[in-house]
Design a protein around this ligand. Structure first.
Ligand code: IFM
Length: 448
């Protein structure tokens, strides 16, 4: 019996990203990306893994589209590798790179699967990093050129566009914590990067409107609701600060045309403030069609004066955890969605990622019985349903991920797929969660 029926035309999808699945890192004229450079440095990625081959999706995409068809999704989110299209980051495009995406998209369209294309999922051309990467304002113009070219070539075929994936993760894990490419460790650089990412986003949005394309365009944020560790004033303020640092810093400029004033005040005497030109915020607040939300876990926050520059720490929660050590907290998705709805004027939301890594094994019958992942997905989809019932405009849900893939600094060690990938043979095995998700899609909802 179907207990929770979703709205008609609800988008059910799965998501991936170029560097995580494509491989073929030197083929057909593709240029070097910052993740090629970073992952080839010993010690940066678990087991020394790289995306050189990954899931070999560059060659196996027809088989992967068949898999999408088998699962029954009506949409597929993937990203374009900027250095495959512009090996130098700018200048002359590489037609062979574009041909790959055209063929993939044609196949999706033939199979009635709506492509949802992310322009930037972290694989910046290394040539652009050599001139300062996202800390250099010029990159915003190069991103616009890249976006315009992609819109020109693919605009008619793609109904859903996402400018950036998770700008907070890219800015701060890559430029402050140094655990992601480009591996820098400077907070002020990360802040400047975040501003340029937002500016580049809006330049692409403006180009999209100017070119009169029919589809919709938005941006995807990684968002965790922040809860104070206690009802002490200090912890409540610290939780709000973490929210400002991670969530509001990125969505307020887009929806409210300003950076959160509490964060501007907080940073003022601690870091070098980003250079923001006069009209930047007006440009950044150009209207978008939807907000992409990636939800994995909540965070519990406590004040900690020893932690520079935010004076806070994340407290380990007691609940169950995934293989990433992330707490399983489905209610956080409901809290997040209802809050975004209230605070940001009922914006249309796509859940562009949700999923979990577990230590999957293939059993004697050759199957992967991932009940833990199935349960994780079930519980989160129920919360999405609850949010819709409360009036939140959620129009789609994408499982992360179609395939096990290169999980950044964790390499191939962490498996997020609803399809198991045997990296030695590149054989794909749909997991129990994948078969279950197929039924969810068929029923447009969940069985009791
Ligand atoms: O694998 C990543 C993805 O690239 C971005 N969002 C989170 C996923 C799991 O860590």
């Amino acid at each position: 019996m179907v207990q929770f029926t979703f709205p008609k035309n609800f988008l059910w999808g799965v998501a991936t990203a170029s560097y995580q699945i494509e491989g073929a890192y030197k083929e057909d004229g593709r240029g070097e990306s910052i993740w090629d450079r970073f992952s080839h440095i010993p010690g940066k990625v678990v087991n020394g893994d790289t995306g050189n081959v990954a899931c070999d999706h560059y060659h196996l995409y027809p088989q992967d589209v068949k898999l999408l068809k088998e699962i029954g999704v009506n949409t597929y989110r993937f990203s374009i590798s900027w250095p495959r299209i512009f090996p130098e980051g700018k200048g002359k495009p590489n037609e062979k790179g574009m041909t790959f995406y055209k063929e993939l998209i044609h196949l999706l369209v033939q199979n009635n699967i709506k492509p949802a294309v992310t322009l930037y999922h972290w694989d910046l051309p290394q040539k652009l990093q050599n001139i300062g990467g996202w800390a250099n304002r010029k990159i915003t113009a190069y991103f616009e050129q890249y976006a315009r070219y992609v819109f020109k070539e693919l605009g008619d075929l793609v109904p859903i566009w996402i400018t950036h994936n998770e700008p907070w993760v890219f800015s701060f894990l890559g430029n402050w914590k140094g655990v992601h490419a480009p591996g820098l460790t400077d907070f002020s650089t990360a802040l400047q990067v975040s501003h340029h990412l937002l500016l580049a986003h809006s330049k692409a949005v403006r180009a999209f409107r100017e070119m009169g394309l029919k589809g919709e365009i938005g941006i995807t944020m990684a968002m965790s609701p922040m809860y104070p560790a206690s009802q002490n004033k200090e912890d409540i303020e610290a939780a709000w600060r973490k929210d400002g640092f991670q969530n509001r810093w990125f969505i307020d400029p887009i929806f409210k045309g300003k950076y959160p004033s509490d964060m501007l005040d907080w940073y003022l005497d601690k870091v070098v403030m980003p250079e923001v030109k006069e009209s930047d915020l007006e440009i950044i607040s150009s209207p978008i069609d939807f907000l992409g939300v990636n939800y994995y876990f909540r965070e519990i926050i406590k004040e900690d004066k020893n932690e520079w520059p935010l004076n806070l720490k994340v407290v380990t929660a007691d609940g169950g955890k995934t293989a990433m050590g992330w707490e399983i907290y489905p209610e956080g998705l409901y809290d997040l969605l209802t809050r975004l709805h209230q605070e940001y004027n009922g914006i249309k939301i796509l859940i562009t990622e949700n999923g979990a890594a577990f230590n999957d094994i293939i059993n004697r019958e050759g199957k992967v019985e991932d009940d833990n992942r199935l349960d994780y997905l079930y519980q989160h989809i129920v919360q999405a349903y609850r949010a819709i019932q409360s009036g939140v405009n959620v129009s789609g849900y994408y499982v992360w991920s179609l395939l096990d893939n290169f999980e950044w600094a964790e390499g191939y060690n962490k498996r997020f797929g609803i399809t198991y990938v045997d990296y030695k043979t590149q054989r794909r095995i749909l997991k129990k969660s994948g078969y279950w998700y197929k039924k969810v899609i068929q029923n447009n909802g969940l069985e009791a």
